[in-house]
Write a protein that binds this ligand. Structure first.
Ligand SMILES: Nc1ncnc2c1ncn2[C@@H]1O[C@H](COP(=O)(O)OP(=O)(O)OP(=O)(O)O)[C@@H](O)[C@H]1O
Ligand SMILES: [Mg+2]
Length: 388
């Protein structure tokens, strides 16, 4: 994907409404043929970004390039871009085939060609036999397919989809997610997809742009934003995570000691300076527990709750400072009952460190940690973490 041509380039894009900055110095490259998702909470500027690309809004600052050409000021119908809206925006008085044909009729494409291309689209989105119906005679999912066919028939360079599945029930939504992904791969059209549903974004996208307050927090593959979040915001917004705040207390022999209010760990060096603060993010599925102390990990807690959640067991462990960590394990893994004293550890490769701006130093509960340190580790990390 990385060698693909860049077809959309946004640089330093700023949009203000009534003096409020809603898109804040946005830089974004979209590559030909990719499924790129803008993910972020309500009001973070997703729709506004899409509308600037489609030509419905003009940026206050910055440039918007489509295939190397500056398009600021060019009206929507003269851009090689089509949009699918959440509310479908179908013409209620027109039949399904007339709705789909609309863009080609406007372009004065010959009638015979229109008929052929509409038939092709009807087949593609599986609406055969419904051509003569009106939108009111269709289900939500069928209407959404008409909206997609109506946009795709124009063969746009890029299709913008603004929460296109938002109005559908969960089952239909899941089905349409697969259909959309399949269509996109089959046609090779670039999709810019907007959603606030993180699972949908992880499932469908080649890359995800995580937006927050008009800014980009991180751009990366689903795997990168999930496993290697760059900011605290991304770590918390995508998936569940345990965020541990600490600072570096020792650097020696290629290893570092990372200290927390509730314990210490000693891992291979990462890019930190002495006394530097950080957040460490461990996903619940990577958090492990042992009844014996584990080499390099000096974190102890007590199991406070065990929840059976069908495909996984969820265990909550309270640490000495009161912070509660969440672990998830497969049903075949032994669980520790409430009240068990456990040592917490994880595969050092399966956690990510985030830099933090804060420089507040807090008190490490030395006494408690010393107690943990006294207990000589009797389990080697290599024994409890077999090669994966
Ligand atoms: N035409 C407008 N005039 C004034 N403010 C606007 C206008 N359009 C959007 N806004 C404001 O800009 C901010 C970003 O809006 P936008 O629609 O881009 O958010 P969004 O990320 O798409 O949210 P949602 O997930 O709820 O659709 C919001 O605070 C919104 O109220
Ligand atoms: Mg929106």
């Amino acid at each position: 994907m990385e060698d693909k041509k860049i077809i959309v380039r946004l640089r330093g894009v700023v949009k203000r409404f009534d003096g409020d900055v809603v898109v804040n110095h946005l830089d974004l490259d979209i590559r030909e043929g990719e499924f790129l998702t803008v993910l972020g909470p309500s009001g973070c500027g997703k729709t506004t970004t899409l509308r600037m690309l489609a030509g419905f809004e003009t940026p206050d600052e910055g440039t918007v390039e489509l295939e190397g050409k500056d398009v600021v000021g060019i009206p929507p119908n003269e851009r090689d871009v089509n949009t699918v809206f959440q509310n479908y925006a179908l013409f209620p008085h027109m039949t399904i085939e007339d709705n789909i044909a609309f863009g080609l009729v406007e372009k004065k494409v010959p009638k015979k060609e229109i008929r052929e291309r509409v038939q092709e689209m009807v087949k593609l989105v599986r609406l055969e036999g419904m051509e003569k119906r009106k939108p009111s005679q269709l289900s939500g999912g069928q209407k959404q397919r008409v909206a997609i066919a109506r946009a795709l028939i124009n063969n746009p360079k890029i299709l913008l989809l603004d929460e296109p599945l938002g109005a559908l029930d969960l089952k239909l939504r899941k089905q349409m997610q697969q259909e959309l992904k399949y269509l996109q791969k089959k046609l090779g059209i670039t999709f810019l997809y907007v959603t606030h549903d993180q699972e949908e974004a992880l499932l469908m996208s080649d890359r995800i742009v995580v937006m927050h307050d008009g800014r980009v927090e991180q751009i990366g593959t689903p795997e990168e934003v999930y496993n290697h979040p760059k900011t605290k915001y991304v770590a918390e917004f995508i998936g569940a995570s345990n965020l541990l705040e600490g600072y570096v207390t020792e650097i020696e022999g290629g290893r570092m000691t990372f200290s927390f209010e509730f314990g210490k760990i000693n891992l291979k060096s990462r890019g930190f300076k002495m006394e530097e603060m950080f957040y460490l993010c461990v996903r619940p599925e990577n958090l492990r527990m042992s009844q014996c102390p584990v080499e390099h990990f000096h974190i102890r807690g007590r199991v406070t709750e065990v929840v059976f959640a069908g495909s996984v067991n969820r265990t909550f462990v309270r640490l000495v400072n009161g912070q509660v960590l969440r672990a998830e394990s497969q049903p075949d893994v032994e669980i520790y009952p409430v009240g068990t004293l456990v040592y917490v550890y994880w595969n050092p490769d399966k956690c990510s460190f985030l830099h933090t701006q804060e420089d507040q130093i807090y008190d490490v509960i030395e006494e408690e940690i010393d107690k943990t340190l006294e207990e000589e580790a009797n389990v080697s990390i290599d024994d409890v973490l077999p090669s994966e």
